[in-house]
Design a protein around this ligand. Sequence first.
Ligand SMILES: Cc1cc2nc3c(=O)[nH]c(=O)nc-3n(C[C@H](O)[C@H](O)[C@H](O)COP(=O)(O)O)c2cc1C
Length: 187
Amino acid sequence: VGGEGGGRDLVRPAADDMFRLGTSEAVREAVTQRRTVREFTDEPVDPAAVRRAVAAAVTAPAPHHTTPWRFVLVESQAARVALLDAMREAWVTDLRADGKSEESIAKRVRRGDVLRNAPCLVVPCMVMDGSHTYGDARRDAAEREMFVVATGAGVQNFLVALAGERLGSAWVSSTMFCRDVVREVLR
Ligand SMILES: Cc1cc2nc3c(=O)[nH]c(=O)nc-3n(C[C@H](O)[C@H](O)[C@H](O)COP(=O)(O)O)c2cc1C
C-alpha cells in the first residue's frame, strides 16, 4: 500500500491488475493468447497448473457421451529421453526409406529439439471406447473422424487452459507419425 492516500495510488499498471477484464473478455483473451511457442524459459512449470489444464481439456465435446481423451504427462527424465530417442529413431528410419541423405536427415531431426528443450511434455492420446462399428468403410471412417476431431477439441481446450495459466505451448504432431513406437514406449 503506501503512497499519499490520494486516488492516484489506486491506479495500478494493467500487467499487475488481476481483475482487468470482465468474464467474457477474459475468455476471449485466453483463446487468442494461445499462440505456438517453440522456445521456453527455464522457469519450472507448476504440475498443478498442468493438471488444471487437463481437467479443462476433458470438458470438450465428444460423440455419444464418450471420453476419448487421455493425457500422458511425461514427467520423469528417463521416460522423456526414452520416448524422444525412440521417436527420433522412427523418424530417421522413415527419412532413410524416403532416400534422404544423412546430412539432410540430421538437419531435419534437429527440428525435434523443440521437444527436447521443452520443460514439460504431454502426449494426448485418443481412445475409441464407446465408438460405433457400422461395418462399412464410409461410416466407420466417419465414426473415427468424429473421435479424431473430438480429440483435437480436447487438445485445443488444453492449450487454451495452459494460456490461461500463463504457460506457453506448442502442439507438435510427431507422435501421430510413429504411434506404434509411442504406444510401446509409454505402454
Ligand atoms: C494438428 C497440428 C499439428 C501441428 N504440428 C506441429 C509440429 O509438428 N511442429 C510445430 O512446430 N508446430 C506444429 N503445429 C503448430 C502450428 O504450426 C501452429 O499452430 C501454426 O504455425 C499457427 O501458429 P499459432 O498456433 O501460434 O497460431 C501443429 C498444429 C496443429 C493444429
